[in-house]
Design a protein around this ligand. Structure first.
Ligand SMILES: Nc1ncnc2c1ncn2[C@@H]1O[C@H](COP(=O)(O)OP(=O)(O)OP(=O)(O)O)[C@@H](O)[C@H]1O
Length: 616
């Protein structure tokens, strides 16, 4: 059985299911995407950069002032002024560093907040076929894990790179002032090393992208396992599931190690570049001094600058590594931005339980055809009408297309051809929010969400009054259950409502649906056998619902539908027969077989004459 809440890919996206581990390349270059995240914070990031520069300037001045203090002490001069200045510089330097750290962290938190908000906004609106082919755990890891990598790259990484570049430029200017020739030697060494880095840095990005895909696979494996925890335990499959998650964890580990190796290599290169530049300058400069064309003091000054370069080069390299890590994760975030979403689902109307009785419109299927990608047609030209305010039951063997019809009615998928009309209007012409506002849907499996009973009831009718709630509880015979529970409406129902019985879950879902006062109620009856009292309560709840709206019910037990106004018998994606229970027992062989196998027809009726005029 496939539930309509989780159907597969549609005709809209005819591609075969693609593993989420192979993201398509993002349309926008990753660096541009990264800068886009940073852009709204550019003023603060610039201020942060200035603070970094000011703090290092304050640090640079300190040795000079300290020297002044020492000179003053040895000369017996007053040193109060320089000491105060030194103390002020120390406090200023520390204060600027603290301020810079706070601004940077705050900005990075804001960046990740925005990324996560954007992602959640889109993920919740993803089209059903897209949701069906992506493991939820992988999608979740994009919000939790990938966003964190981008967060650091878009703030700290950018500031470090800018700081490194500016400081290197400043040093280069001063080195040029000291000696242009030696600057040329330094530049030649640095450029050679930079070229090697250009080759290595993208490897970091690739390794991070691989690691993040593995992290997504860990999420997907865990989601699969925890989502079916009882099945896993019942089948003693803990070991196999641990292994499955372990493979993904191992993948993340290996990719992480590869990334770490490249980061280490880049660090080695940056250290070596400074040493190499130092030796080259020493060699060339020493020769120049020996030849008398360069002052020894100029060579010493130049060498000091070469050493000074170590810090900004280190900052540049660390910043570039961080940027590469962010760029490795950007792809998976951008991929979500390119997944198709439903852009007509946001309904600004306040969710109140309707006061006036709603209409109960007719629902009509007109020659509806639909295929899941790569599969034989699921619906092969379905036509029938559910008169307004009546109760219609869909019956048929497994796979006949009943759940698919519910999915199309709610526009989870679009028909390949034909029309579905509510109140004479083709639902394809209405926004999804409008279609879904008029319909309430009670799923077969897990129709209840984690939270309290009250949360579940108010889920789609936040403004419902206590009287409204009492009424729907009474209609669904849940009032006695609530009275027995110590916490009443505040009782937690557990993950997917596991603390309630199957029948109670369905009735709670029907109560929630009734509270919304829908025009059309779709009910996928639980297949699990219900005890007699639960089944009676469920049937009464459906009958009550049918007084207020048009009800379409997928029935797995014919006993629940014998009183329906109309029963539609489906077979292989076609309507085979339609009528009341009594008419169908007379006229349709399949229905009669179904009915007799479920002991609704006495043995004596089994050989009712051959089927004559069954619509096909
Ligand atoms: N997600 C999917 N991807 C591909 N084929 C699907 C998908 N869901 C259903 N189908 C196929 O479409 C056909 C109709 O399925 P559907 O779930 O609508 O049947 P059903 O009448 O509701 O069956 P059941 O009574 O067992 O729930 C079946 O052949 C089924 O295998």
């Amino acid at each position: 059985m496939t539930t309509a809440s989780a159907p597969p890919a549609t005709a809209e996206t005819p591609q075969p299911p693609a593993p989420a581990q192979t993201p398509e390349p993002p349309a926008t270059p990753p660096l541009r995407v990264l800068l886009r995240y940073a852009r709204p914070h550019r003023t603060v990031l610039l201020a942060t950069l200035l603070l970094v520069l000011a703090a290092s300037a304050a640090g640079l001045v300190q040795p000079l002032v300290a020297q002044h203090v020492l000179d003053g002490l040895s000369d017996g001069r007053g040193v109060l002024g320089p000491v105060l200045l030194l103390a002020a510089l120390v406090v200023l330097g520390a204060g600027l560093t603290g301020l810079q750290s706070w601004w940077q962290q705050r900005t990075s938190e804001r960046v990740v907040r925005q990324i996560r908000r954007d992602l959640v906004f889109r993920l919740i609106r993803l089209r059903v076929p897209e949701l069906d082919r992506r493991p939820p755990g992988d999608l979740i890891s994009r919000v939790t894990s990938d966003s964190a990598l981008v967060q650091n790259a878009a703030t700290e990484g950018l500031v470090m790179v800018s700081n490194g570049v500016l400081s290197i430029l400043g040093a280069v200017v001063l080195m040029g002032v000291v000696h242009l020739g030696l600057l040329g030697v330094t530049a030649a060494v640095l450029i050679a090393v930079a070229l090697v880095m250009v080759l290595v840095l993208p490897r970091i990005r690739e390794a991070v992208a691989r690691a993040q895909e593995s992290v997504g696979a860990v999420g997907a494996a865990l989601d699969r396992t925890l989502g079916a925890a009882r099945t896993v335990k019942a089948n003693g499959a803990e070991g196999r599931e641990t292994e499955r998650a372990g493979d993904a964890i191992e993948g993340a580990y290996r990719a992480g190690l590869a990334g770490a190796r490249y980061v280490a290599l880049v660090k080695v290169l940056s250290g070596v570049s400074i040493q190499a530049a130092f030796l080259a300058v020493l060699g060339v400069g020493g020769a120049l001094v020996a030849a008398g064309s360069l002052e020894a003091s100029a060579l010493i000054a130049f060498l000091l600058y070469v050493f000074y370069l170590a810090s900004p080069v280190g900052s540049l390299v660390a910043g570039l590594s961080m940027l590469q890590q962010g760029l490795g994760a950007v792809g998976r975030i951008e991929q979500v931005k390119h997944m198709p979403v439903e852009d007509d689902v946001d309904d600004p109307r306040e969710r109140l339980a309707a006061v006036a009785a709603p209409g109960a419109p007719p629902v009509e299927f007109r020659d509806v055809r639909f295929s899941y990608p790569g599969r034989a047609p699921a619906l092969r030209g379905i036509s029938y009408t559910v008169p307004g305010g009546t109760q219609t039951a869909l019956v048929g063997l497994s796979g006949a297309g009943k759940t698919t019809m519910f999915a199309l009615l709610q526009r989870f998928h679009e028909p390949a051809s034909g029309q579905i009309r509510i109140d004479g209007v083709d639902i394809a012409t209405l926004p999804r929010s409008e279609v879904r506002r008029r319909i309430a849907y009670v799923e077969q499996e897990s129709p209840v969400m984690a939270g309290t009973i009250e949360d579940n009831l108010r889920y789609a009718a936040t403004g419902a009054s206590d009287e409204d709630i009492a009424e729907v509880l009474r209609l669904t015979r849940l009032d006695t259950l609530i009275d027995r529970l110590p916490d009443g409406l505040r009782t937690e129902v557990g993950n997917r409502g596991v603390t309630l019985s199957g029948g109670e879950r369905q009735r709670l879902a029907i109560a929630r649906a009734l509270l919304r006062r829908p025009e059309v109620l779709l009910l996928d009856e639980a297949t699990a056998q219900l005890d007699a009292s639960n089944e009676r309560a469920l049937r009464e709840a459906v009958d009550q619902a049918a007084r207020r709206c048009t009800v379409i019910l997928i029935a797995h037990r014919l006993s629940t539908v014998t009183g329906a106004d109309q029963i539609v018998v489906l077979e292989h994606g076609l309507v085979r027969a339609a009528g009341t229970h009594a008419e169908l027992v007379e006229a349709d062989v399949l229905y009669r077989e179904l009915a007799s196998s479920q002991m609704l027809v006495s043995e004596g009726n089994e050989d009712i004459g051959e089927l004559a005029d069954v619509p096909r």
